[in-house]
Every structure is written in structure tokens, then in C-alpha cells.
Design a protein around this ligand. Structure first.
Ligand code: WT7
Length: 655
């Protein structure tokens, strides 16, 4: 890559693809954009040839806004595409998964190994009574059994719901109940920074209030002495011991592949539903184009399978492409902050996909941790999760990529299923901080509140104007919410509303400005302010609460909670029976227990009243400005201006 100029605005700084990269790139010519635009359906039909279908489609797309059906009446199986079909070629003996556990244990599974493991678990699940359409919950650490369990479900047509291992028992219970899962696959524990994450203990707590689960399958990861309850629980290794692979189920293109829960603007996370055909075409194609994936690559995506990135770009996309995938269980700084560089060096990673929050942490730990590691195998770097600040982009480019690797930022969402805005690294000049341009065949725009397109330079709302193959199909059990929240924003126009603000520059590059709704983004993870607030008010001491995202150097945003205590609790503190600090700690622990460690507030600010409009709405905008020490702006709609002065005095501009 050639760097054009120094000391200019980020949007002026341009990195052109090197000739060497372009020459070998999967996409070498800009023609692809024009071709895709001329007929998106033809474009996606051509891309669909990447997959093996049991029956081809009658029609590429049926669009009854806002309901889409892609590859109508086609039949396929996602597991067959990710595993079985590779056995017919030399890939049979290719490494599919290279696993490294946090304690340093390692395991390599070839495609043949993967086939046996997945097939045996699929057979075992069938014997437990799991049939097509039955939901299976997965609550596992990042060990091979996690992708294996996902693929085993896909093999028998049972939608999975993967719940991130960092979520609490209660969060797990809510998701299981919403989906009505029949079986839960979990582990005796997982490793995180040298400590055991007690997954089975959480799972048992969750199941106390989750009657739909009939059986629990437990992977022995930690190897502690543990008694299972034989009526309900069984060991994974015993369950699969006598099994042999069952054939893959033929499913319809529009059959559900999985549900994945994500935070929205209400207190309750929503189950985003993805189906099979369009999703698999979308993720397989985009991975090939945006990351220039080749047969020889060693591909590492650091996301957990509990998030959409893990689904699309660690399991389904790479394995459908027959890639070699690195899977790492633990933390980037365990036992030391050089763990990632060690892994890249050890396995010769060529494509490395991570999050801006991780990059900012590496920056803080310092470049010296890269010393002595051979990172010359790397040829492409990717980022996702939040807007990448140009400093982090440049650091990644310079210290990790050694100025040789394109940095491909990818904007997308749980709901979009696949990359939407991203560079094609062989042809797209890069600007640090911009996700660049929409991928071929996608119509993305920045519009005003009425849905009118805005010219370059103007800030507005990010929308997608046409359906795309990996789009979500509905919110599980709540179609109304799907229609209203995503497609009902601009009456008379069927535009998908992303929840993000954005602006285009004079080259029509997109600059994402972050969420415009009540969703906050902590270290690339989505949390809703409502979800945090309902957790807080469930605590007996809390009368009212408001949560905001405060700008944070590493995490992008950190949770800050403003809390009004009940009068009697306040009186107790005044009388010295309890302390403010103890109360703050208790509330932080309470949120962690309710949702998970990612939701733990960095600070809890106590206030006698929350600032509200005359109609009683909490003005989170003001709370955020107070926490960040910013100018407060218009206060005219405020019903209780006196609380602002008090809050500013106590908590204004605190670090
Ligand atoms: C939200 C989606 C897609 C996998 C990770 C998160 C933000 C995501 C970027 C990016 C700017 C980004 C958006 C989006 N976001 N990637 N490259 N640049 N913002 O998935 O949990 O569904 O969150 O993450 O705000 O709406 P998610």
C-alpha cells in the first residue's frame, strides 16, 4: 500500500492498493460494482453457485416488503456445505480448525475430523429427540465443540441459539425461554485469564426457570470432579462415543438456521432470525471478496461465537469456503499481552480479523509486545464492531501489518448477517476511519428523518434500500417488532433502518457516526440503555435509574449509571448505616449478575432526581454531556433544571 500524504484530515489520507496485492486479488476490477448494480438478483444467483444445492431455486428473490424470501424453493444444508462437500476433494485432509486453549493446549481438526465430530453429535442429538425446527441452546467457551455444536444443529435442521459464555444465568434463562429451547449444550467450565468460568453452575441456575429444556449435554473442558444429574444431564463424550455420522437433513432455503439475541431499544433483547440459503450465500461471498480469502490462507477471527461475527466469519463463511480457521479460547493478554502475536507467529496466520477496542488495548500495552514475533505471514487485516478511529487504524496498519497489509474495516450488524460496507482490498483505496463503500449489489444511503437522500457532507441516518440475501427475516416470536423497528421508520418507503448515524464524503465514502438510538456500544458489544435500566431498578435500593454510554479510550463507550435511591436507603446512608461506595459496588455487582460482566457500569452516580422533560422522559443526552464534561446545549425542555446544577457540581467532567 502506498501512503499518499501526511498531516491531513483523516478523510484526505488515502492508501491505495499495491500492485502486488491487486494482481493476486479475488476481485481485480471495479466492473463488479456495475454488473451487480445492473441486476442484483443475477449477481446473487451467480454467487450462489459457490454452494452445493440439493435443489436449485425457482426464483432468486421474492420481495413482499418487508418480508424477503431468497432462493425460493431451493433445498440445501449448511453443514453439508461447510463440511461434507470438502471431503470429496483434497480438502478432506486440510486443517479446518486450529484450536488453542487458554492454558496452552492445542488441537487440530481436519475437515474429515470435523465431519466425524459434527456427524456424531448430530446423531446423538437426534436420539435425544431433537428434530427439524427444534431449538438448541449452546452456552460454551471458545473450544472446538462450539462450532461443532452449531454445525451439528445445522445438520439436522435444528436452529441453534448460541449464548455468549460471558452472559449471566439470568440472561441465558431469558434467551432459552424466548426461544423455547429443547436441549442445552454447555461445559463444566471455560478458561478466562487463568480462572474458571462456571458455565454449568450458571446453566443449572438458568434452568431452574426454563421448563422447555429436556436435556443438558455437558462438555468436559475443565475436568473438575462433578456429579451430573442422570435424569437430565449427560456428558458430551459419553453421548457421542457410540455414534456415527447421520446424513444431513435437506432443508428449505428459508428454513431457520439460527436465532441470535441482540440488544435493541427496549429492555428485552430480541431474537434475530436468520435462514439458510440467503445467509450462507451472503457470508460465503462476502468473505471471499472483502478478505480476499484463498485456499492457502490461515484465517483468524478473534470474535467469540456468541456474537454474529463468530457465526458469519468464524464458522459459516470460512468453513463453507473450505478455509483453515484459528480458534482461540482465551484473553488477548493472558498470560501476557503478547498472546495474539504469539498465535499469529505460531500458526502463520495470514488474515487477521479483530475489533478496534482490542487494537486500542494493544496500543496502550505498547508495541514492544510485538518484538521478536514473526508476523510476516500476515497479508490482510480486518476490523469490526464500532467505528475505528484513524489512530488505531494507523497503528494496526503500521505495527501489525508492517505497512504491507490492507486494513479492511467492515460495517455490518447482527441483523444484516453479512458485511455491508467494506472495501474490496484489491481495488478500493482505503481511508483510515471510514468503512469505505457498500459492497457490490447493495444499496446503502444516508437519509434525513423523512427518508430523503442527503448529499455528501451531511449527517443523517444510515439505511439499506433494497433487500440482501443474509438479511434477518424476523424477530423471533415478534413479527410486529421486526416490521416496526427495522422497516417502519420512513412511512411510504421500505428502507431498512440500521440505528446508526452516518455521513458520506465527497468520494461517497461512508463515515459511521455510531448509534442514534438508545443502544450503546461497549467494546464492540451492544447493550441497550433500557436493558441496563431495568436491571438496575430491579435492585431493592433503586427508585429510578438512567444508563448512558460515556466515551472511553479503550472500550469506545463505557456504561455510566445515574441512580436515584429509595428514600429509606438514602436515609440509611445519611445516618451512616451504609456507605455510598458500598452501594455503588453493590449495584455494579448486581448488573453483572443480571446481564454479564460486559454490562458492568464503570461508575454509578447518585442523584436525588433525574433530569426529565415536561412529559416525563429522561434526558439521557444531558446525562451523557454531564458525564463527559461537555456543553449541555438546549435546556428549555427540561422540567427540573435545578438537578442539572447539582449533578454538574458533583460529577461533571470526572475521570
Ligand atoms: C452495530 C452492530 C457486526 C458485528 C459486530 C457488531 C456498530 C459494527 C462497525 C464498523 C462502525 C460499526 C454499529 C452497528 N458497528 N461494525 N465497522 N464501523 N460501526 O454487531 O452487535 O449487531 O452491532 O455495531 O453501530 O449498528 P452488533
Amino acid at each position: 500500500m502506498a501512503r499518499q500524504s501526511e498531516a491531513v484530515l483523516p478523510e484526505e489520507q488515502i492508501f491505495y492498493p499495491s500492485e502486488r496485492f491487486t494482481r493476486q486479488a479475488n476481485v481485480k476490477s471495479r466492473e463488479i460494482y456495475a454488473k451487480a448494480q445492473a441486476s442484483p438478483e443475477l449477481f446473487w444467483a451467480l454467487q450462489a453457485e459457490r454452494l452445493d444445492w440439493f435443489r436449485k431455486w425457482d426464483k432468486v428473490l421474492e420481495w413482499n416488503p418487508p418480508f424477503a424470501r431468497w432462493f425460493v424453493n431451493a433445498k440445501l444444508n449448511a453443514c453439508y456445505n461447510c463440511v461434507d462437500r470438502h471431503l470429496k476433494t483434497w480438502r478432506r485432509n486440510k486443517a479446518a480448525l486450529i484450536f488453542e486453549g487458554e492454558p496452552g493446549d492445542a488441537r487440530v481438526l481436519t475437515y474429515w475430523d470435523l465431519y466425524r465430530e459434527v456427524g456424531r453429535l448430530a446423531s446423538a442429538l437426534k436420539k435425544l429427540g431433537v428434530g427439524k425446527g427444534d431449538r438448541v441452546a449452546i452456552y460454551l467457551p471458545m473450544i472446538p465443540e462450539l462450532p461443532i455444536a452449531m454445525l451439528a444443529c445445522a445438520r439436522i435442521g435444528a436452529p441453534h441459539l448460541v449464548v455468549f459464555g460471558g452472559f449471566s444465568a439470568e440472561a441465558l434463562r431469558d434467551r432459552i425461554n424466548d426461544a423455547g429451547a429443547k436441549v442445552l449444550i454447555t461445559a463444566d467450565g471455560g478458561w478466562r485469564r487463568g480462572k474458571v468460568v462456571p458455565l454449568l453452575r450458571n446453566a443449572r441456575m438458568a434452568l431452574e426457570g426454563a421448563p422447555s429444556v429436556e436435556r443438558v449435554v455437558v462438555v468436559k473442558r475443565i475436568g473438575q470432579e462433578l456429579e451430573l444429574d442422570p435424569r437430565k444431564e449427560c456428558w458430551y463424550h459419553e453421548l457421542v462415543a457410540e455414534e456415527s455420522p447421520c446424513p444431513p437433513e435437506e432443508v428449505d432455503s428459508e428454513d431457520m438456521l439460527f436465532i441470535l439475541y441482540t440488544s435493541g431499544t427496549t429492555g428485552k433483547p430480541k431474537g434475530v432470525v436468520h435462514t439458510t440459503g440467503g445467509y450462507l450465500v451472503g457470508v460465503t461471498t462476502t468473505l471471499h471478496m472483502t478478505f480476499d480469502l484463498k485456499e492457502e490462507d490461515v484465517y483468524w477471527c478473534t470474535a467469540d461465537c456468541g456474537w454474529i461475527t463468530g457465526h458469519s466469519y468464524l464458522v459459516y463463511g470460512p468453513l463453507a469456503n473450505g478455509a483453515t480457521v484459528v480458534l482461540y479460547e482465551g484473553a488477548p493478554d493472558w498470560p501476557r499481552p503478547d498472546r495474539f502475536w504469539q498465535i499469529i507467529d505460531r500458526y502463520g496466520v495470514t488474515i487477521f480479523y479483530t475489533a478496534p477496542t482490542a487494537i486500542r488495548a494493544f496500543m496502550r500495552w505498547g508495541e514492544q509486545w510485538l518484538d521478536g514475533y514473526d508476523l510476516s505471514s500476515l497479508r490482510l487485516l480486518g476490523t469490526v464492531g464500532e467505528p475505528i478511529n484513524p489512530e488505531a487504524w494507523l497503528w494496526f496498519y503500521q505495527y501489525v501489518g508492517r505497512g504491507r497489509c490492507p486494513v479492511v474495516d467492515t460495517w455490518w450488524q447482527t441483523e444484516t448477517g453479512m458485511h455491508i460496507i467494506a472495501a474490496l482490498p484489491g481495488i478500493t483505496p482505503l481511508k483510515p476511519g471510514s468503512a469505505t463503500v457498500p459492497l457490490p449489489g447493495l444499496k446503502v444511503d444516508v437519509v434525513d428523518k423523512e427518508g430523503n437522500p442527503l448529499p455528501p457532507g451531511k449527517e443523517g441516518l444510515l439505511v439499506i434500500r433494497e433487500p440482501w440475501p443474509a438479511m434477518m427475516r424476523t424477530v423471533y416470536g415478534d413479527e410486529e417488532r421486526y416490521v416496526k423497528e427495522y422497516w417502519g421508520r420512513f412511512p411510504g418507503k421500505w428502507y431498512y433502518f440500521s440505528g446508526d448515524g452516518a455521513r458520506k464524503d465527497s468520494h461517497h465514502y461512508f463515515w459511521i457516526l455510531g448509534r442514534v438510538d438508545d443502544v450503546i456500544n461497549v467494546a464492540g458489544h451492544r447493550l441497550s440503555t433500557m436493558e441496563l435500566e431495568s436491571a438496575l431498578v430491579e435492585h431493592p435500593a433503586v427508585a429510578e435509574a438512567a444508563a448512558i454510554g460515556k466515551t472511553h479510550e479503550i472500550k469506545g463507550q463505557a456504561v455510566v449509571a445515574f441512580v436515584t435511591l429509595k428514600d429509606e436507603v438514602f436515609a440509611e446512608i445519611k445516618r451512616g448505616k451504609r456507605s455510598w461506595q458500598a452501594m455503588e459496588e453493590e449495584l455494579k455487582a448486581h448488573v453483572t449478575a443480571k446481564i454479564g460482566a460486559i454490562a458492568r457500569p464503570d461508575a454509578v452516580y447518585f442523584t436525588a432526581e433525574l433530569p426529565k422533560t415536561r412529559s416525563g422522559k429522561i434526558m439521557r443526552r444531558l446525562l451523557r454531556a454531564i458525564a463527559e464534561g461537555k456543553v449541555l446545549g438546549d435546556l428549555s425542555t427540561l422540567a427540573n433544571p435545578e438537578v442539572i446544577a447539582e449533578l454538574k457540581r458533583r460529577y461533571g467532567d470526572q475521570e
